[in-house]
Design a protein. Sequence first.
Length: 121
Amino acid sequence: MHLLSSSDDESEDSEDTLIIEMRTYKTKPGKRDEFLAIFRNRSIPAHTEIGMKILGPFPSIEDPDVFFFMRGFPDRALREPMKAKFYEGELWKDELERILMPMLDKYDVVLVEDAEGLVRW
């Protein structure tokens, strides 16, 4: 029988904590609306089908080429396999990658844990 210490308990909780990518995208000038239309209609449904959660997108009110969204994963262990399922899948490889990537100027990702359960999808 294995007894959990407080450090075991914390690490176990950490593994089960919702993981969120805070993603900020800057499109090439004038491409945000086109990018978002494809993102909303093609990419978000594919993410949802895999089990990822999307909150947003939120277009910037200060920069017409920037938007933000959050992408959530049930836990750390599932993050990489879920991302792989999307990025190695036919939709991304055969269609979205060649359409969306040329529209992007840059993107930034900050990875956080929602240990306190603050995000409500």
